[in-house]
Design a protein around this ligand. Structure first.
Ligand code: AMP
Length: 460
């Protein structure tokens, strides 16, 4: 199948040629004919698959042919809004298609004027778009095609309510396209509500940027202060032959490798400040199994092809998705199985999700318990201090009133059990947060981040 098969408008073909697209990507092959047929569509695809052009090309074509007048793309972030708007502009400029990125943090006036004047494709973030609709500023903007791009990201960022509200302003007789890298239930529900009888397609990237299936990938969400302890406990509990531990910085490599040596592991550090002869010796020793644990930076470990690495640990999550793929690809080589374990703090959790989405990694949340599960004095003290630090709820008298007929002892037992369970209080060392704790902490973290941002904005 080639781009010719889509019978695009000549002016659009010019844009395609200049963009240098030679043949349609898999998602484009599947999505474009469906969109041309006017169908609603749910497409599961990661960034990098060519998904923007998959919806952009048929939209531009329909505008260029006069089949529709206006389209709307909703994206989770302003960066993505700008990127999508730019790509659509470049593809559609010979067809005279006008695009506009609309997002918060900048003045309303120009955006309102351009939308009302009649730009063809508006690429907007949910917050600003909702504002504009709510305030009656863009009443005449009635897009005939609406795209929700990176819907799962919108869910993560807490935008789904805004999205639902926006759809109340958009005419029913529209074509709706939903793109998402993952399909959590909330997105499936959304699709059921705002799409009409959609087609479903799924295209997962199949190139060296995706991760190898032989590798079991786990992650632990930990407190920042638990990192050193966690790596030691994991090495103790995992049955490894050779382990590679990745750090972000040279001095972190030095610190972690010294710590592991002090704890009795056959470990060495590897980074660019160690002289070449010494580095060669360390790699040779690791190869020959004289060193069992190699702690390294990304740069030092680039291209290392060492047989028998059973485990890769990410002491810190890498800065970018490709490094993640590269790091974990040091294990599971030559058809062997491997295990990759990543430690993340709540603050790093967002980066992990981004990496997971971009490379389609199959990462599984994990916890381990070390030691016994008796309830000793330490745990008891933790419980007491948790309870003492609770503030008494102002409505407590009303709540107490409604429990006045309950057995007080029984009630107290249940409440204490609730606190123990919710707060994970136990004498055993539990490594890693459970899913509900991750969700709770992550939501709090997002709220704090948002509050900080708002404060900064107000200051400005
Ligand atoms: P996306 O998945 O939309 O973020 O696109 C990833 C990149 O692939 C963008 O830089 C596009 O310009 C590019 N691209 C999209 N479709 C094609 C294609 N058919 N051939 C070559 N590059 C493409």
């Amino acid at each position: 199948m080639s781009f010719n098969d889509f019978n695009f408008n000549r002016d659009l073909n010019k844009g395609l040629k200049i963009a240098g697209f030679k043949e349609p990507s898999p998602i484009q092959k599947e999505a474009i004919p469906l969109i041309q047929d006017g169908l609603d569509l749910v497409a599961q695809a990661h960034t990098g698959t060519g998904k923007t052009a998959a919806f952009g090309l048929p939209i531009i074509d329909k505008i260029a042919n006069g089949e529709i007048e206006r389209a709307l793309v909703i994206t989770p972030t302003r960066e993505l809004a700008t990127q999508v708007s730019d790509e659509l502009y470049h593809l559609g400029r010979f067809a005279g298609v006008r695009t506009l990125a609309v997002y918060g943090g900048v003045g309303y006036g120009r955006q309102i004027a351009l939308i009302n004047k009649g730009v063809d494709i508006v690429v907007a973030t949910p917050g600003r778009l909702k504002d504009l609709y709510n305030n009656g500023k863009i009443d005449s903007f009635n897009p005939e095609i609406v795209v929700l791009d990176e819907a799962d990201e919108m869910l993560d960022m807490g935008f789904l309510d805004s999205v639902r509200e926006i759809f109340e302003y958009i005419p029913q007789n529209r074509q709706t396209l939903l793109f998402s890298a993952t399909m959590p239930d909330a997105i499936k529900d959304l699709a059921e509500n705002i799409l009409y009888n959609p087609e479903y397609i799924s295209v997962v990237r199949d190139d060296e940027e995706t991760t190898n299936n032989n590798i079991i990938q786990k992650y632990f969400v930990i407190e920042e202060s638990q990192r050193d302890n966690a790596i030691v406990k994991l090495l103790e509990s995992e049955d490894y032959n050779k382990a590679l531990i990745f750090c972000r910085m040279k001095r972190e490599v030095d610190r972690v490798s010294e710590h592991l040596k002090a704890m009795g592991f056959e470990a060495e550090g590897l980074h660019g400040d160690i002289d070449q002869i010494e580095r060669d010796r360390i790699v040779k020793d690791f190869r020959r199994n004289n060193i069992k644990v190699l702690v390294a930076t990304d740069v030092a470990a680039r291209g290392l092809d060492i047989k028998g690495v059973t485990h890769v640990f990410n002491y810190h999550i890498p800065f970018d998705p490709q490094s993640y793929v590269h790091r974990i690809g040091r294990t599971g080589r030559a058809g062997k199985d491997g295990k990759a374990i990543t430690l993340v703090s709540i603050e790093e959790f967002r980066e992990l999700k981004r990496i997971q989405k971009e490379v389609g990694a199959n990462l599984e949340l994990s916890t381990i318990t070390i030691g016994d599960d008796n309830f000793d004095d330490t745990a008891l003290n933790e419980l007491k201090s948790k309870i003492e630090s609770f503030e008494i709820n102002q409505k407590i008298d009303i709540i107490m009133e409604s429990f006045k007929d309950s057995d007080k002892d029984e009630l107290l037992k249940k409440l204490l059990s609730y606190v123990v369970e919710k707060e994970n209080i136990s004498s055993a060392l539990k490594l890693g947060f459970e899913q509900d704790r991750v969700d709770r902490f992550y939501n709090e973290y997002l709220k704090e981040e948002k509050a900080k941002k708002n404060k900064k904005r107000k200051k400005r």
